[in-house]
Structure formats: C-alpha cells, structure tokens
Design a protein around this ligand. Sequence first.
Ligand SMILES: [Zn+2]
Length: 75
Amino acid sequence: MKTHYYPWGRYDDEEHAPCGTWFGEGSNVSADWESVTCGHCKRRKSRIMGVIADEEKDIVNQMGDMADFMARQDV
Ligand SMILES: [Zn+2]
C-alpha cells in the first residue's frame, strides 16, 4: 500500500493522485509529507507543491480582484 500526497481531503471523485498514479484499492493519501510513501509523489514534491502554491496564489489574486471591484463600486 502506498500513501500519496493529497491535501484536499476526500479523494472519492479523483481518479489519480497529484503524482499521476491512479488511485487503486488500497491507496492511501495524506496531507503530511512525513506519511507519504509514494516515490512518485516524493520525486514530484516540489512540482506538486508549486501547483498548490499557484492555486493558492490564484485564490489570493481573485480575492484581490474582488476587493478592487468592491472598492470601485463604492466610488
Ligand atoms: Zn503518489
């Protein structure tokens, strides 16, 4: 059994882990790199983390846009 890195909670709707491995029966996931045993995940850690960082950046950007939009509405 391998533990893949997956920080987004339930993975029932996901077909593969962030490392690209298909979730089979017996796959485990963890948001804690200490618990991750999948070599693919470990090798792609920086890339996976980069993806997550980008997603978080997008969310922050969207919130910034919204704040700008709201500020303009007040004028
Ligand atoms: Zn993996």
